[in-house]
Write a protein of this length. Sequence first.
Length: 224
Amino acid sequence: MIKSRQRFLNGGYYQPLADALITAVNNCPLGFEQRLLDIGCGEGYYLQQLANAAKSSNTNLKLVGLDISKAGVRLAANRKLGAQLVVDSAYKIPLFDNSIDTALSVFSPICPDETARVLSADGLLMMVGPGEEHLTGLTAHIYEQHQPHGGNFNVLDEHPAFDLKEQIDVKTSITVKGPDILDLLTMTPYYWHTSAEQQEQVAALTLLTTPVHFSLRIYQRTSF
Ligand SMILES: C[S@@+](CC[C@H](N)C(=O)[O-])C[C@H]1O[C@@H](n2cnc3c(N)ncnc32)[C@H](O)[C@@H]1O
């Protein structure tokens, strides 16, 4: 799953989301001069994108990545980003209180209490989940009817430590080519809902055009 994700992401298909995150981080009061923690960083694609953007603007972005998958963190380490990386759980973040300016979570589990604890007062949480139309071109090959995934936003919307400041929807269409199509299926939870026959059908496609729709919600930590 992690290797499929790395091959697919390195193909640039989710660049519009990476660009939206770079803009959102740059728009923070501290700009790139801050400490950012990617919770559930996987193989480090978004850390890499942020490190590249900070380097081009000659700023000192301090990056920390955390993931429960040792294989994921190892691949992230191979990117040689100068980030601090750790194998641990989003539910037990091995950082001091108030030590992070911005937390990022892209399609990963989130623990509001732990995230609030490590964030500085007025720190931000950038949370990305699937929008309603996300990957409907792929799910059409799997389900009779598309059932949108709600994302993990509810736990934050109900938590007193977080105030929703902004929602940015990133929507576009991508055309995925050749073996990248099976990588896309393999890196999503849909893979576990497909039969071997459906996997073969998807793998046999040469082109797949699908909407991608990301919801980026920016929450501010409150002093509740
Ligand atoms: C869908 S992947 C997203 C990875 C990365 N954010 C990206 O978008 O490429 C979800 C990630 O969450 C990680 N994960 C799952 N449970 C976790 C937990 N309790 N604590 C930290 N990471 C976790 C997985 O190992 C995986 O890398």
